[in-house]
Design a protein around this ligand. Structure first.
Ligand code: NDP
Ligand code: 8X3
Length: 266
């Protein structure tokens, strides 16, 4: 993918799951390893491990910069670009992937803390990151250029009981993504939405506050997607010809046909 050559890519939530796989997939796809990857998440030590993994797999050519960033903190997001070394500031692709779900509680018993962390991370964090990066994109010729890739979810299209807040955050991501694409129609800035179905990552472990047995039960009898499957779709979208916008993609495993509509092998 010659189209990636020399680009700078920022990924949020690169310490695990889809974000980590996306970092590896971009590194694998870069021609002559000419790529700059900025990996962000709260767990900086894990980002260093991902960076080491990338170097081990593709060599030293790809420049990988791990940066600690909590997207739920507006101050941290405000300081993100000014804090980058100059050589990493000319960002071409932003993958807004950081996100989480907490619990399966139903109204009126949803913990205020869980409501806040989901909205602050999945919605406000994604919007703040987008606003931080857009001026860099808009400064380019032809009205601006660059890719904003927002990770939504099937949950944003089909709300379900026990997921009201998470589903609302992902519906908000979808609305923001679709509005933004309209706002930027006169530019070369591509606004790309990717909505995964069931993917086995740390997602359910986080949902059940670290209870691995409950997380494993979510995938019992299922054959979920792997985070690499979604990473391939993200990198595909980012490597199309500049006039091609893979605007809106829903990705299921074979045995899923809706939020919670799974064929389980007994
Ligand atoms: P993981 O839990 O494996 O990864 C989530 C990533 O988000 C981690 O790297 C985590 O890093 C990061 N993150 C969480 N909170 C913050 C924060 N405040 N600031 C910065 N980074 C943060 O889950 P997935 O890979 O599955 O999730 C990635 C995205 O995919 C999410 O937006 C999720 O909603 C979405 N998705 C997942 C699906 C699934 O079935 N797994 C299906 C549909 C969508 P750290 O903890 O180090 O900060
Ligand atoms: C994750 C998919 O349906 O488990 O976004 O909420 S779901």
């Amino acid at each position: 993918a010659k189209r990636l050559e020399g680009k700078t890519i920022v990924i949020t939530g690169a310490s695990s799951g889809i974000g980590r796989s996306t970092a590896l997939e971009f590194a694998r796809t870069a021609p002559n390893n000419k790529l700059k990857l900025v990996l962000t998440a709260r767990r900086i030590e894990v980002l260093h491990e991902v960076a080491a993994e990338i170097r081990k797999e593709v060599g030293e050519g790809v420049e990988v910069l791990p940066v600690q960033l909590d997207v739920s903190s507006p101050d941290a997001v405000r300081g993100f670009i000014p804090g980058l070394p100059e050589a990493f500031r000319d960002i071409n692709v932003l993958v807004n992937n950081a996100g989480l779900v907490k619990g399966v509680a139903q109204a009126p018993s949803i913990a205020e803390e869980d409501i806040n962390i989901m909205f602050q991370t999945n919605v406000t964090g994604l919007i703040n990151m987008t606003q931080a990066v857009l001026p860099i994109f808009k400064a380019r010729p032809d009205g601006g250029a660059g890719d904003i890739i927002n990770i939504g979810s099937i949950a944003g299209r089909e709300p379900y009981a026990g997921g009201s807040i998470y589903c609302a955050t992902k519906a908000a991501v979808r609305s923001f993504t679709d509005s933004l694409r309209k706002e930027l129609v006169a530019t070369r800035i591509r606004v790309i939405g990717v909505d995964p179905g069931q993917v086995e990552t740390e997602f359910s472990v986080v949902r059940f506050y670290g209870d691995k047995a409950k997380a494993d039960a979510v995938y019992a009898g299922c054959e979920p997607l792997t985070p690499d499957d979604i990473a391939e779709v993200i990198v595909f979208a980012a490597t199309r010809r500049e006039n091609v916008v893979v605007a809106d993609t829903l990705v299921y495993p074979s045995h899923q046909a809706g939020a919670g509509v799974m064929h389980r092998k007994s």
